[in-house]
Design a protein around this ligand. Structure first.
Ligand code: FES
Ligand code: FE
Length: 427
């Protein structure tokens, strides 16, 4: 398997009693341990099917720090191949995306088909019998497990483990909620990603997405700027809840009561339905009037899908950990096929919040960097995640609901983290 041997690891020394030790964000050993356990063993989001829709389409990504090519082979199969030449380990494919039947290594020209097999070796006469014996084994390594849900492609570098369905558990609802908003039942994420380099640990970047506590402080200037004009219909008491869905997945969501107040609008985009009659009609044609109405009222969620995918209303973010204090976050707007007017609004909103000059992501990036600076300032100490323990309520499905500013999502995240990072890793 991909995971190397690791020493037994005592997580109770760094995660206990709703506290997390600061070293989980700074230690190179813990970072490596995360790559071996979380990213080389479990399911990790890698791409969306709309990005590799045609045969020959490919794109380059990372699973943890392992570079991969997601390639739609000429046999119709979408594979996740290690982006590494089997000759001397050169990075094989250096474009972000494209369409090709094969990949030729820039170093000595070995060529691999987009199904991963080695198809050509230049100046063959330099190779003899010894080479012929191993040649068939020299294809690109392939992630042994690739599966998708609602077009979201996940891969696992381990040959065995729980299925993607088990991994996603209740988090599939978050994907369903987005797909329900598309008259075709499909979405597109194939129009490019906005990339941000965060000078922060990857966990800080993903946890922050389900931290309901920071918004009024970190983003105070944004709310001041938009409140009077743009969201004046929003009731004074916006009811927000946080949920620990289990398995490390969690979300921030508006309460059912709040959504009822929003019935004349297209989800939280706060676009009056009357402004998008074709879209509403198309959705009704697919779902029927009642279900279309429900889909619009319920709208999309803000859900962190363990470990690296985040759905935020009609935005998607995923992260790649680069170093203990460096993370790349990719964001894109969810495009609903055939709904240009809607998409234009979604894109503008997405750029405003998550784009290169977006308000929210700029604030969060700055906060993440300062956090990392604080952690580096002295020996890390224990960090406190007990907020809202008293408001946690477990419902009949096992989901823990709490008040909007509770650190319930983070507690769920670190429960999962401890169980994954603390597991035995075989050689
Ligand atoms: Fe790829 Fe030599 S490293 S051909
Ligand atoms: Fe934020």
């Amino acid at each position: 398997t991909a995971a190397p041997a690791a020493e037994p690891f005592d997580v109770s020394a760094i995660v206990k009693n709703h506290r997390v030790h600061g070293s989980v964000y700074t230690s190179p050993e813990i970072f490596q341990r995360e790559l071996d356990t979380i990213f080389r063993t479990g399911w990790v989001y890698v791409a969306h099917e709309s990005e590799v829709a045609e045969e020959g389409d490919y794109l380059t990504r990372r699973i943890g720090r392992d570079p991969v090519v997601v390639a739609h082979g000429r046999d119709g199969v979408i594979r996740v191949l290690l982006n590494r030449c089997s000759h001397r380990a050169n990075r094989l494919c250096n474009a972000e995306s494209g369409n090709a039947t094969s990949f030729r290594c820039p170093y000595h020209g070995w060529t691999f088909s987009n199904d991963g097999s080695l198809t050509a070796v230049p100046m063959r006469d330099g190779y003899g019998e010894e080479f012929q014996k191993v040649r068939a084994t020299l294809g690109m390594s392939e992630a042994p497990r690739v599966d998708s849900y609602g077009g979201f492609i996940f891969a696992s570098l381990a040959a065995e483990g729980i299925s993607l369905k088990e991994h996603l558990g209740g988090a599939t609802k978050a994907i369903d909620r987005v797909l329900d908003l598309s008259p075709t039942g499909k979405i597109d994420l194939n129009h490019g990603w906005m990339k941000h380099l965060h000078h922060a640990n990857w966990k800080m970047v993903v946890e922050n997405n389900v931290d309901g506590y920071h918004a009024l402080f970190t983003h105070a200037s944004v709310y001041d700027a938009i409140r009077p004009a743009k969201v004046s219909h929003v009731p004074s008491k916006v009811e927000v809840v946080v949920r620990d869905i289990g398995g490390g997945h969690s979300e921030i969501d508006y309460s059912a009561e709040y959504r009822k107040l929003d019935e004349e609008f297209v989800w939280y985009g706060r676009i009056p339905r009357t402004k998008l009659p074709e879209y509403v009609e198309a959705l009704e044609a697919t779902h029927g009037v009642e279900k279309a109405h429900d889909a619009l009222v319920i709208g999309p969620s803000h859900t962190l899908i363990w470990p690296n995918l985040f759905l935020a209303e009609m935005n998607v973010m995923y992260v790649e950990p680069i170093a203990p204090d460096e993370t790349i976050a990719y964001t894109a707007a969810v495009i609903v096929p055939g709904q240009d007017k809607l998409n234009e609004r979604t894109m503008r909103r997405s750029e405003g919040a998550m784009g290169p000059a977006g308000f929210l992501i700029a604030d969060d990036g700055e906060i993440g960097m300062r956090n990392q600076a604080g952690l580096a300032a002295r020996d890390p100490e224990w960090l406190e995640l007990s907020r809202g323990l008293e408001t946690d309520i477990e419902d009949e499905t096992g989901i823990v609901n709490s008040d909007k500013s509770a650190e319930t999502p983070q507690r769920g995240f670190y429960r999962q983290w401890a169980s994954v990072v603390g597991q035995e890793v075989s050689a």
